[in-house]
Design a protein around this ligand. Structure first.
Ligand code: NAP
Length: 262
């Protein structure tokens, strides 16, 4: 990753933050984004050497109308972007029947439309530069649905449809797209997950508490990106749910119905 110019959203926390530290260690030049400017500066300050190579660019993915402008700003910082990593995201902890359209749309805006908009802003420059890489942090629930995650799961499924299609359209331009599907990673995701009224859950789920550490997840993501993998599943035993669904769909349906959380 030495001297690669990499833009990471969701860089203030969790998987995105862990990616910042590892990529910085490997000599990448970084643009780091999320809403919380102070948290982004904290992350930048945690990077020991050459933090001049880390540029903070705050943005709110819910404000989809300003994202093309943010993409143009990001491009000006180092003159090009080699790798765009979409790690920002919010989750959900509410039944579909109780989740109003406003909350469902918020999940779609942040998790799906935000990623689409930033990608569209960068694609022409990547194509004219002769190629680039796009990394999309989806989820295992981008491969199957489960309780309390209807709109979250929908937003992650949408990422697969969009970026699988985009991969086919842009392969000839040397654009490589890696979709990452984490299982349980120990981050603030469930703490910030939206309840039916749009407020944050403010508690950590047990599964996340006992999940993989974000630095291990980030290291596996970087390996997948370096080898230009199309799709990768990262986590503990829960990642086998994808295979069980594919090969034993009837058994999977029973299993997921009984699961407390996935
Ligand atoms: N942790 C897991 O177990 C797990 C499992 C599957 C998938 N994932 C996915 O992994 C990705 C990273 O999540 P995480 O686990 O690292 O959770 P996290 O610690 O809560 O980090 C989420 C990041 O998204 C940013 N963000 C949230 N809303 C935003 C908005 N409106 N605009 C811009 N940035 C926003 C947050 O920063 P600000 O608050 O500063 O905006 C934060 O940096 C997400 O896409 C998530 O869906 C995580």
């Amino acid at each position: 990753m030495k001297d690669k110019i990499i833009w990471i959203t969701g860089a203030s926390s969790g998987i995105g933050e862990a990616l910042v530290y590892l990529l910085h260690e490997q000599g990448a030049k970084l643009i780091i984004s999320s809403r919380n400017r102070d948290a982004l500066y904290r992350v930048k300050q945690n990077c020991k050497n050459n933090s001049i190579d880390i540029h903070v660019l705050p943005l709110d993915l819910e404000q989809t109308e300003i994202l093309p402008e943010k993409a143009a700003l990001a491009l000006k910082i180092f003159g090009r972007i080699d790798i765009l990593i979409h790690s920002a995201g919010i989750s959900q902890r509410a039944l579909a029947i109780n989740t109003g359209l406003k909350v469902a749309q918020q999940l779609m805006d942040v998790n799906f439309w935000g990623a689409v908009s930033l990608t569209q802003g960068l694609l022409p420059s990547m194509i004219s530069a002769g190629g680039g890489q796009i990394v999309v942090v989806s989820s295992l629930v981008g491969k199957f649905g489960t309780r309390l995650r209807s709109a979250y799961s929908a937003s992650k499924h949408a990422l697969h449809g969009y970026f699988d299609s985009l991969r086919i359209e842009t392969e000839e331009h040397n654009i490589h797209i890696t979709i990452v599907c984490p299982g349980f990673i120990k981050t603030n995701l469930t703490f910030n997950a939206l309840l039916a009224d749009g407020s944050a859950q403010n508690t950590m789920d047990d599964a996340q508490e006992n999940g993989m550490m974000p630095d291990e997840c980030a290291s596996k993501i970087i390996k997948a990106v370096a080898s230009k993998k199309r799709e990768v599943y990262i986590g503990g035993r829960e990642k086998y749910a994808v295979l069980i669904k594919r090969f034993f769909p009837g058994y999977f349906a029973k299993m997921i119905r009984k699961a407390k959380v996935v």
